[in-house]
Design a protein around this ligand. Structure first.
Ligand SMILES: Nc1ncnc2c1ncn2[C@@H]1O[C@H](COP(=O)(O)OP(=O)(O)O)[C@@H](O)[C@H]1O
Ligand SMILES: [Mg+2]
Length: 473
Protein backbone atom coordinates (compact mmCIF):
# COMPACT_ATOMS: atom_id res chain seq x y z
CA UNK A 1 0.00 0.00 0.00
CA UNK A 2 2.87 2.38 0.63
CA UNK A 3 3.97 3.09 -2.88
CA UNK A 4 6.94 5.27 -2.36
CA UNK A 5 9.85 3.26 -1.04
CA UNK A 6 11.20 6.41 0.60
CA UNK A 7 8.01 6.86 2.64
CA UNK A 8 8.17 3.18 3.49
CA UNK A 9 11.72 3.60 4.65
CA UNK A 10 10.79 6.59 6.84
CA UNK A 11 7.80 4.74 8.30
CA UNK A 12 9.83 1.67 9.23
CA UNK A 13 12.93 3.47 10.42
CA UNK A 14 11.13 6.09 12.48
CA UNK A 15 11.67 6.05 16.23
CA UNK A 16 8.17 7.46 16.64
CA UNK A 17 5.49 4.82 17.14
CA UNK A 18 3.29 5.05 14.05
CA UNK A 19 0.41 3.23 12.45
CA UNK A 20 -1.25 3.80 9.12
CA UNK A 21 -4.61 2.45 8.02
CA UNK A 22 -7.44 2.85 5.62
CA UNK A 23 -10.09 5.25 6.86
CA UNK A 24 -12.56 2.37 7.21
CA UNK A 25 -9.92 0.45 9.28
CA UNK A 26 -10.07 -2.44 6.88
CA UNK A 27 -6.29 -2.41 6.81
CA UNK A 28 -3.80 -1.24 9.45
CA UNK A 29 -0.02 -1.37 9.44
CA UNK A 30 2.26 -0.76 12.45
CA UNK A 31 5.91 0.29 12.46
CA UNK A 32 8.61 -1.34 14.68
CA UNK A 33 8.63 1.67 17.03
CA UNK A 34 4.89 1.08 17.60
CA UNK A 35 5.60 -2.57 18.37
CA UNK A 36 8.23 -1.53 20.85
CA UNK A 37 5.90 1.01 22.42
CA UNK A 38 3.18 -1.62 22.98
CA UNK A 39 5.35 -4.70 23.46
CA UNK A 40 3.40 -6.70 20.84
CA UNK A 41 4.69 -8.07 17.52
CA UNK A 42 3.11 -6.98 14.24
CA UNK A 43 1.37 -10.37 14.04
CA UNK A 44 -0.04 -10.09 17.55
CA UNK A 45 -1.28 -6.57 16.82
CA UNK A 46 -2.93 -7.72 13.61
CA UNK A 47 -4.79 -10.47 15.38
CA UNK A 48 -6.23 -8.40 18.26
CA UNK A 49 -8.80 -5.63 18.42
CA UNK A 50 -7.06 -2.23 18.32
CA UNK A 51 -8.96 -1.06 21.39
CA UNK A 52 -7.28 -3.68 23.58
CA UNK A 53 -4.03 -1.72 23.74
CA UNK A 54 -5.85 1.31 25.12
CA UNK A 55 -6.39 1.87 28.82
CA UNK A 56 -9.98 0.71 29.47
CA UNK A 57 -10.94 4.16 30.78
CA UNK A 58 -9.61 5.82 27.65
CA UNK A 59 -11.40 3.63 25.11
CA UNK A 60 -14.26 6.13 25.03
CA UNK A 61 -11.70 8.70 23.91
CA UNK A 62 -10.81 6.44 20.98
CA UNK A 63 -14.42 6.14 19.99
CA UNK A 64 -14.94 9.89 20.24
CA UNK A 65 -11.84 10.53 18.17
CA UNK A 66 -12.83 8.17 15.40
CA UNK A 67 -16.36 9.41 15.20
CA UNK A 68 -14.95 12.93 14.92
CA UNK A 69 -12.58 11.82 12.21
CA UNK A 70 -15.25 10.03 10.28
CA UNK A 71 -17.60 12.95 10.06
CA UNK A 72 -15.10 15.71 10.65
CA UNK A 73 -13.76 18.45 8.52
CA UNK A 74 -10.35 18.78 10.14
CA UNK A 75 -7.37 16.90 8.79
CA UNK A 76 -5.65 16.42 12.12
CA UNK A 77 -6.80 15.30 15.54
CA UNK A 78 -4.86 15.08 18.73
CA UNK A 79 -5.51 13.42 22.01
CA UNK A 80 -3.60 12.39 25.12
CA UNK A 81 -4.37 8.86 26.22
CA UNK A 82 -3.08 5.93 28.15
CA UNK A 83 -1.99 2.64 26.62
CA UNK A 84 -1.44 -0.73 28.21
CA UNK A 85 1.89 -2.31 27.31
CA UNK A 86 1.95 -6.09 26.84
CA UNK A 87 3.75 -6.35 30.19
CA UNK A 88 0.77 -4.65 31.84
CA UNK A 89 2.63 -1.39 32.35
CA UNK A 90 0.72 1.79 31.71
CA UNK A 91 2.08 4.21 29.15
CA UNK A 92 0.94 7.66 28.19
CA UNK A 93 1.14 9.06 24.69
CA UNK A 94 -0.11 11.98 22.71
CA UNK A 95 -1.79 10.46 19.71
CA UNK A 96 -1.95 12.58 16.58
CA UNK A 97 -4.15 11.26 13.81
CA UNK A 98 -3.76 12.93 10.40
CA UNK A 99 -5.54 12.39 7.12
CA UNK A 100 -3.01 11.61 4.37
CA UNK A 101 -3.52 10.89 0.73
CA UNK A 102 -1.62 8.48 -1.47
CA UNK A 103 0.13 10.74 -4.00
CA UNK A 104 -0.44 8.21 -6.79
CA UNK A 105 -3.92 6.85 -6.25
CA UNK A 106 -5.33 9.73 -4.21
CA UNK A 107 -6.67 7.15 -1.77
CA UNK A 108 -7.23 8.46 1.78
CA UNK A 109 -5.38 6.98 4.75
CA UNK A 110 -5.19 7.78 8.45
CA UNK A 111 -1.71 8.16 9.94
CA UNK A 112 -1.43 7.79 13.70
CA UNK A 113 1.71 8.93 15.53
CA UNK A 114 2.34 8.64 19.22
CA UNK A 115 4.53 10.91 21.28
CA UNK A 116 5.59 8.82 24.28
CA UNK A 117 5.24 11.03 27.37
CA UNK A 118 5.20 8.21 29.93
CA UNK A 119 8.29 9.41 31.78
CA UNK A 120 7.15 12.99 31.87
CA UNK A 121 3.81 11.86 33.28
CA UNK A 122 5.51 9.79 35.94
CA UNK A 123 7.65 12.74 36.93
CA UNK A 124 4.59 14.93 37.12
CA UNK A 125 2.84 12.37 39.27
CA UNK A 126 5.80 12.27 41.63
CA UNK A 127 5.97 16.06 41.75
CA UNK A 128 2.27 16.34 42.39
CA UNK A 129 2.54 13.85 45.12
CA UNK A 130 5.41 15.78 46.62
CA UNK A 131 3.60 19.06 46.36
CA UNK A 132 0.59 17.48 47.95
CA UNK A 133 2.77 16.18 50.68
CA UNK A 134 4.22 19.64 51.30
CA UNK A 135 0.78 21.14 51.18
CA UNK A 136 -0.39 18.49 53.60
CA UNK A 137 2.50 19.40 55.87
CA UNK A 138 1.69 23.09 55.61
CA UNK A 139 -1.99 22.52 56.24
CA UNK A 140 -1.37 20.51 59.37
CA UNK A 141 1.63 22.30 60.78
CA UNK A 142 1.23 24.35 63.92
CA UNK A 143 3.84 26.70 62.40
CA UNK A 144 2.57 29.31 59.99
CA UNK A 145 3.95 28.41 56.60
CA UNK A 146 3.70 31.31 54.20
CA UNK A 147 4.56 31.83 50.55
CA UNK A 148 5.16 35.46 49.62
CA UNK A 149 5.06 37.36 46.36
CA UNK A 150 8.39 38.99 45.53
CA UNK A 151 7.09 42.19 47.18
CA UNK A 152 6.55 40.04 50.32
CA UNK A 153 2.74 40.25 50.13
CA UNK A 154 0.96 37.03 51.11
CA UNK A 155 0.46 34.44 48.37
CA UNK A 156 -0.37 31.40 50.50
CA UNK A 157 -0.90 31.28 54.24
CA UNK A 158 -1.31 27.98 56.06
CA UNK A 159 -4.42 27.53 58.24
CA UNK A 160 -2.50 27.75 61.55
CA UNK A 161 -2.55 31.55 61.17
CA UNK A 162 -6.06 31.26 62.55
CA UNK A 163 -4.89 29.67 65.79
CA UNK A 164 -1.82 31.85 66.20
CA UNK A 165 -3.07 35.27 65.14
CA UNK A 166 -6.80 34.85 64.63
CA UNK A 167 -6.95 35.61 60.91
CA UNK A 168 -8.56 33.48 58.23
CA UNK A 169 -5.86 32.59 55.67
CA UNK A 170 -8.02 33.99 52.85
CA UNK A 171 -8.34 37.44 54.34
CA UNK A 172 -4.56 37.84 54.33
CA UNK A 173 -3.90 36.92 50.68
CA UNK A 174 -2.41 39.90 48.88
CA UNK A 175 -1.91 41.88 52.12
CA UNK A 176 1.41 43.36 53.18
CA UNK A 177 2.93 41.37 56.08
CA UNK A 178 4.65 44.46 57.48
CA UNK A 179 1.21 45.83 58.39
CA UNK A 180 0.98 42.99 60.91
CA UNK A 181 4.31 43.68 62.59
CA UNK A 182 4.81 46.06 65.51
CA UNK A 183 6.09 49.37 64.04
CA UNK A 184 9.16 49.33 66.30
CA UNK A 185 10.09 45.90 65.01
CA UNK A 186 9.51 46.80 61.36
CA UNK A 187 12.24 49.43 61.59
CA UNK A 188 14.57 46.79 62.99
CA UNK A 189 13.68 44.08 60.47
CA UNK A 190 13.78 46.21 57.33
CA UNK A 191 17.52 46.84 57.14
CA UNK A 192 18.17 43.16 57.91
CA UNK A 193 16.02 42.08 54.98
CA UNK A 194 18.31 43.98 52.64
CA UNK A 195 21.03 41.57 53.66
CA UNK A 196 19.23 38.60 52.15
CA UNK A 197 21.26 37.65 49.10
CA UNK A 198 21.81 34.52 47.07
CA UNK A 199 24.64 33.50 49.41
CA UNK A 200 22.95 34.53 52.59
CA UNK A 201 19.49 33.37 51.70
CA UNK A 202 17.90 32.59 55.01
CA UNK A 203 17.43 34.56 58.20
CA UNK A 204 15.78 34.34 61.58
CA UNK A 205 13.71 37.22 62.90
CA UNK A 206 12.07 37.80 66.25
CA UNK A 207 9.32 40.39 66.39
CA UNK A 208 5.84 41.17 67.64
CA UNK A 209 3.01 40.17 65.31
CA UNK A 210 -0.39 41.84 65.58
CA UNK A 211 -3.33 39.54 66.21
CA UNK A 212 -6.72 40.15 64.73
CA UNK A 213 -7.91 41.48 68.11
CA UNK A 214 -5.14 44.10 68.02
CA UNK A 215 -2.93 42.56 70.71
CA UNK A 216 0.66 41.56 69.97
CA UNK A 217 2.48 38.25 70.32
CA UNK A 218 6.16 37.48 70.01
CA UNK A 219 6.83 35.49 66.86
CA UNK A 220 9.92 33.95 65.39
CA UNK A 221 10.22 33.60 61.61
CA UNK A 222 12.70 31.95 59.35
CA UNK A 223 12.65 33.55 55.94
CA UNK A 224 14.15 31.86 52.93
CA UNK A 225 14.56 33.59 49.60
CA UNK A 226 15.44 32.16 46.21
CA UNK A 227 17.07 34.22 43.49
CA UNK A 228 17.06 33.49 39.78
CA UNK A 229 20.52 32.12 39.05
CA UNK A 230 20.70 33.99 35.74
CA UNK A 231 19.06 37.36 36.28
CA UNK A 232 19.76 37.57 40.01
CA UNK A 233 16.19 38.66 40.58
CA UNK A 234 14.22 37.63 43.63
CA UNK A 235 12.04 34.67 42.66
CA UNK A 236 10.57 33.02 45.70
CA UNK A 237 10.08 33.87 49.34
CA UNK A 238 8.92 31.38 51.92
CA UNK A 239 8.65 31.94 55.63
CA UNK A 240 7.97 29.67 58.56
CA UNK A 241 6.79 31.41 61.71
CA UNK A 242 5.90 30.31 65.16
CA UNK A 243 4.53 31.77 68.33
CA UNK A 244 7.31 32.10 70.91
CA UNK A 245 5.32 34.09 73.46
CA UNK A 246 5.01 31.09 75.74
CA UNK A 247 8.66 30.23 75.40
CA UNK A 248 9.69 33.77 76.31
CA UNK A 249 7.29 33.92 79.24
CA UNK A 250 8.45 30.55 80.54
CA UNK A 251 12.06 31.58 80.22
CA UNK A 252 11.40 34.77 82.10
CA UNK A 253 9.48 32.92 84.82
CA UNK A 254 12.25 30.36 85.07
CA UNK A 255 14.89 33.03 85.29
CA UNK A 256 13.00 34.78 88.06
CA UNK A 257 12.13 31.64 89.97
CA UNK A 258 15.67 30.37 89.67
CA UNK A 259 16.93 33.59 91.10
CA UNK A 260 14.29 33.54 93.82
CA UNK A 261 15.10 29.94 94.64
CA UNK A 262 18.80 30.75 94.89
CA UNK A 263 18.17 33.82 96.99
CA UNK A 264 15.72 31.92 99.20
CA UNK A 265 18.11 29.04 99.60
CA UNK A 266 20.84 31.46 100.39
CA UNK A 267 18.85 33.47 102.86
CA UNK A 268 18.46 30.37 105.00
CA UNK A 269 22.12 29.52 104.64
CA UNK A 270 23.18 33.11 105.30
CA UNK A 271 21.22 33.13 108.55
CA UNK A 272 23.04 29.98 109.55
CA UNK A 273 26.44 31.34 108.46
CA UNK A 274 25.94 34.53 110.41
CA UNK A 275 24.86 32.73 113.53
CA UNK A 276 28.24 30.98 113.75
CA UNK A 277 30.39 34.10 114.22
CA UNK A 278 27.67 35.70 116.30
CA UNK A 279 27.98 32.99 118.95
CA UNK A 280 31.49 33.96 120.14
CA UNK A 281 30.67 37.67 119.83
CA UNK A 282 27.62 37.25 121.99
CA UNK A 283 29.57 35.05 124.41
CA UNK A 284 32.36 37.59 124.91
CA UNK A 285 29.92 40.45 125.29
CA UNK A 286 27.92 38.53 127.93
CA UNK A 287 31.16 37.88 129.74
CA UNK A 288 31.99 41.58 129.59
CA UNK A 289 28.49 42.40 130.85
CA UNK A 290 28.91 40.00 133.74
CA UNK A 291 32.43 41.04 134.77
CA UNK A 292 31.96 44.72 133.89
CA UNK A 293 35.45 44.51 132.50
CA UNK A 294 36.71 43.77 129.01
CA UNK A 295 39.64 41.42 128.47
CA UNK A 296 41.51 43.14 125.58
CA UNK A 297 42.64 39.74 124.26
CA UNK A 298 39.06 39.03 123.16
CA UNK A 299 38.73 42.22 121.17
CA UNK A 300 40.54 41.07 118.00
CA UNK A 301 38.41 37.91 117.98
CA UNK A 302 35.21 39.92 118.23
CA UNK A 303 36.39 42.26 115.47
CA UNK A 304 37.43 39.33 113.27
CA UNK A 305 34.08 37.65 113.67
CA UNK A 306 32.24 40.88 112.98
CA UNK A 307 34.30 41.30 109.84
CA UNK A 308 33.28 37.85 108.76
CA UNK A 309 29.63 38.69 109.27
CA UNK A 310 30.14 41.85 107.28
CA UNK A 311 31.81 39.88 104.48
CA UNK A 312 29.00 37.38 104.28
CA UNK A 313 26.39 40.11 104.19
CA UNK A 314 28.10 42.17 101.54
CA UNK A 315 28.72 39.14 99.33
CA UNK A 316 25.15 38.02 99.77
CA UNK A 317 23.89 41.47 98.86
CA UNK A 318 26.04 41.58 95.76
CA UNK A 319 24.34 38.38 94.58
CA UNK A 320 20.83 39.39 95.52
CA UNK A 321 21.01 42.81 93.97
CA UNK A 322 21.07 43.10 90.22
CA UNK A 323 24.32 44.35 88.79
CA UNK A 324 24.26 47.89 87.59
CA UNK A 325 23.71 47.38 83.93
CA UNK A 326 25.49 50.53 82.95
CA UNK A 327 28.03 49.45 80.42
CA UNK A 328 31.29 51.30 80.82
CA UNK A 329 34.35 50.91 78.70
CA UNK A 330 36.83 49.12 80.87
CA UNK A 331 40.58 48.82 80.51
CA UNK A 332 41.33 45.40 81.95
CA UNK A 333 45.02 46.31 82.50
CA UNK A 334 44.07 49.24 84.63
CA UNK A 335 41.43 47.34 86.54
CA UNK A 336 43.82 44.53 87.45
CA UNK A 337 46.52 46.99 88.49
CA UNK A 338 44.08 48.57 90.94
CA UNK A 339 42.97 45.22 92.32
CA UNK A 340 46.49 43.89 92.74
CA UNK A 341 47.75 47.09 94.36
CA UNK A 342 45.28 46.46 97.17
CA UNK A 343 46.40 42.89 97.69
CA UNK A 344 50.10 43.38 97.21
CA UNK A 345 51.04 44.53 100.72
CA UNK A 346 49.38 41.60 102.40
CA UNK A 347 50.94 39.19 99.91
CA UNK A 348 54.44 40.58 100.53
CA UNK A 349 53.91 40.33 104.27
CA UNK A 350 53.10 36.66 103.89
CA UNK A 351 56.11 36.18 101.58
CA UNK A 352 53.91 35.38 98.63
CA UNK A 353 54.64 36.65 95.13
CA UNK A 354 52.12 38.13 92.77
CA UNK A 355 53.02 39.06 89.18
CA UNK A 356 50.85 40.97 86.76
CA UNK A 357 51.68 40.83 83.04
CA UNK A 358 49.75 43.69 81.52
CA UNK A 359 49.09 43.82 77.82
CA UNK A 360 48.83 47.38 76.45
CA UNK A 361 47.56 46.25 73.06
CA UNK A 362 44.25 44.78 74.24
CA UNK A 363 41.02 46.56 73.37
CA UNK A 364 38.64 47.98 75.96
CA UNK A 365 35.79 45.75 77.03
CA UNK A 366 32.28 46.76 78.03
CA UNK A 367 31.00 46.08 81.50
CA UNK A 368 30.51 47.14 85.06
CA UNK A 369 33.99 47.94 86.48
CA UNK A 370 33.01 47.44 90.12
CA UNK A 371 31.59 43.98 89.70
CA UNK A 372 34.51 42.98 87.47
CA UNK A 373 36.92 44.19 90.18
CA UNK A 374 35.02 42.06 92.65
CA UNK A 375 35.53 39.00 90.41
CA UNK A 376 39.26 39.54 90.00
CA UNK A 377 39.70 40.24 93.71
CA UNK A 378 37.83 37.00 94.53
CA UNK A 379 39.83 34.86 92.19
CA UNK A 380 43.23 36.36 93.01
CA UNK A 381 42.51 36.13 96.73
CA UNK A 382 41.63 32.46 96.27
CA UNK A 383 44.95 31.93 94.49
CA UNK A 384 46.85 33.74 97.26
CA UNK A 385 45.03 31.63 99.86
CA UNK A 386 46.03 28.47 98.01
CA UNK A 387 49.79 29.10 97.87
CA UNK A 388 52.24 28.74 100.69
CA UNK A 389 55.27 30.93 101.45
CA UNK A 390 57.36 31.66 98.37
CA UNK A 391 54.55 30.45 96.17
CA UNK A 392 53.44 32.68 93.34
CA UNK A 393 50.39 33.92 91.54
CA UNK A 394 50.67 35.06 87.91
CA UNK A 395 48.07 37.13 86.15
CA UNK A 396 48.23 37.19 82.35
CA UNK A 397 46.16 39.34 80.03
CA UNK A 398 45.83 37.83 76.59
CA UNK A 399 44.15 39.24 73.51
CA UNK A 400 41.85 36.80 71.73
CA UNK A 401 39.85 36.97 68.50
CA UNK A 402 36.62 38.26 69.94
CA UNK A 403 37.59 38.93 73.50
CA UNK A 404 40.12 39.29 76.27
CA UNK A 405 41.36 36.36 78.31
CA UNK A 406 42.56 36.85 81.87
CA UNK A 407 44.47 33.89 83.26
CA UNK A 408 45.21 33.58 86.94
CA UNK A 409 47.75 30.83 87.61
CA UNK A 410 48.97 29.72 91.00
CA UNK A 411 51.28 26.96 92.16
CA UNK A 412 49.19 26.29 95.24
CA UNK A 413 47.48 23.29 96.73
CA UNK A 414 45.14 22.63 93.76
CA UNK A 415 41.59 21.36 93.85
CA UNK A 416 40.62 17.69 93.86
CA UNK A 417 38.85 16.54 90.70
CA UNK A 418 35.55 15.70 92.41
CA UNK A 419 35.38 19.16 93.99
CA UNK A 420 36.15 20.95 90.77
CA UNK A 421 32.60 20.59 89.54
CA UNK A 422 31.18 21.84 92.83
CA UNK A 423 32.90 25.19 92.45
CA UNK A 424 30.34 27.92 92.10
CA UNK A 425 27.89 26.30 94.49
CA UNK A 426 27.17 28.62 97.39
CA UNK A 427 28.89 28.06 100.75
CA UNK A 428 31.31 25.50 99.48
CA UNK A 429 34.52 26.50 101.22
CA UNK A 430 37.54 24.69 102.56
CA UNK A 431 38.71 27.72 104.49
CA UNK A 432 38.19 28.25 108.14
CA UNK A 433 36.99 31.79 107.55
CA UNK A 434 35.75 31.33 104.00
CA UNK A 435 32.24 32.23 102.93
CA UNK A 436 32.11 29.97 99.91
CA UNK A 437 30.34 32.75 98.03
CA UNK A 438 33.24 34.24 96.07
CA UNK A 439 33.22 31.90 93.09
CA UNK A 440 29.47 31.81 92.89
CA UNK A 441 29.35 35.59 92.70
CA UNK A 442 32.17 35.58 90.17
CA UNK A 443 30.39 33.08 87.92
CA UNK A 444 27.23 35.15 88.00
CA UNK A 445 28.99 38.41 87.24
CA UNK A 446 30.97 36.97 84.34
CA UNK A 447 27.82 35.30 83.01
CA UNK A 448 26.02 38.63 83.07
CA UNK A 449 28.89 40.02 80.97
CA UNK A 450 28.40 37.19 78.46
CA UNK A 451 31.80 35.84 79.39
CA UNK A 452 33.06 32.47 80.66
CA UNK A 453 35.09 31.19 83.59
CA UNK A 454 36.93 27.91 83.34
CA UNK A 455 38.96 26.38 86.13
CA UNK A 456 41.63 23.73 85.63
CA UNK A 457 43.51 22.35 88.53
CA UNK A 458 45.96 19.67 89.51
CA UNK A 459 46.13 18.59 93.09
CA UNK A 460 49.43 19.66 94.63
CA UNK A 461 50.55 21.45 91.46
CA UNK A 462 48.31 24.46 91.16
CA UNK A 463 45.24 26.01 89.68
CA UNK A 464 44.54 27.97 86.54
CA UNK A 465 41.46 30.17 86.34
CA UNK A 466 40.63 31.53 82.87
CA UNK A 467 38.18 34.37 82.56
CA UNK A 468 37.11 35.24 79.04
CA UNK A 469 35.25 38.45 78.34
CA UNK A 470 33.86 39.42 74.96
CA UNK A 471 34.95 42.53 73.10
CA UNK A 472 32.10 44.05 71.17
CA UNK A 473 32.91 44.58 67.51
N1 LIG B 1 43.05 28.88 93.23
C1 LIG B 1 42.52 27.96 94.07
N2 LIG B 1 43.26 26.95 94.52
C2 LIG B 1 42.74 26.02 95.36
N3 LIG B 1 41.45 25.99 95.75
C3 LIG B 1 40.64 26.96 95.32
C4 LIG B 1 41.11 27.98 94.44
N4 LIG B 1 40.06 28.79 94.16
C5 LIG B 1 39.02 28.31 94.83
N5 LIG B 1 39.33 27.21 95.54
C6 LIG B 1 38.44 26.37 96.34
O1 LIG B 1 37.10 26.77 96.14
C7 LIG B 1 36.47 27.12 97.35
C8 LIG B 1 35.43 28.16 97.12
O2 LIG B 1 35.99 29.40 96.78
P1 LIG B 1 35.16 30.72 97.01
O3 LIG B 1 33.83 30.52 96.38
O4 LIG B 1 35.93 31.87 96.54
O5 LIG B 1 34.91 30.77 98.55
P2 LIG B 1 35.99 31.06 99.72
O6 LIG B 1 37.16 31.70 99.11
O7 LIG B 1 35.24 31.96 100.63
O8 LIG B 1 36.26 29.72 100.31
C9 LIG B 1 37.61 27.52 98.27
O9 LIG B 1 37.28 27.38 99.61
C10 LIG B 1 38.72 26.58 97.81
O10 LIG B 1 38.54 25.32 98.44
MG1 LIG C 1 37.19 33.30 97.76
Amino acid sequence: MLHSSLFKEVFFQSRIPQLIGKSDFSFVQYNPAFCEFTGYTVEELASMPMASISHPDDQVLDEKLFSEILNGERNQYQLEKRYIHKSGMMKTGILTVSRVWDPYTGEEFLLGQILDITEKKQMEAVMNHRENKYRLLAEHSSDMIILHHVDFSFLYVSPSVKTVLGYEPEELIGKNPFDLIHPDDVTAIFPQLQELTSENNSMLFTYRGRKKDGSYRWLESTIKVLFDSETGELREIISVSRDIQHRLETQERLRKSEKLAVVGQMAAAVAHEIRNPLTPIKGFLQLFHLEKEMNPAYLPIILDELQRVEGIISEFLSIAKPYSNKAHFVDVNNLLEQVIKLMHTEAVMKKKNIYLYTNPSIPLIQGDPNSLKQVFANVIQNALDAISERGHVEVWIIQEQAGVLIRINDNGCGIPQERLKKLGEPFYSTKEKGTGLGLMTSFRIIESHNGRITIDSELGAGTNVSIWLPVLP
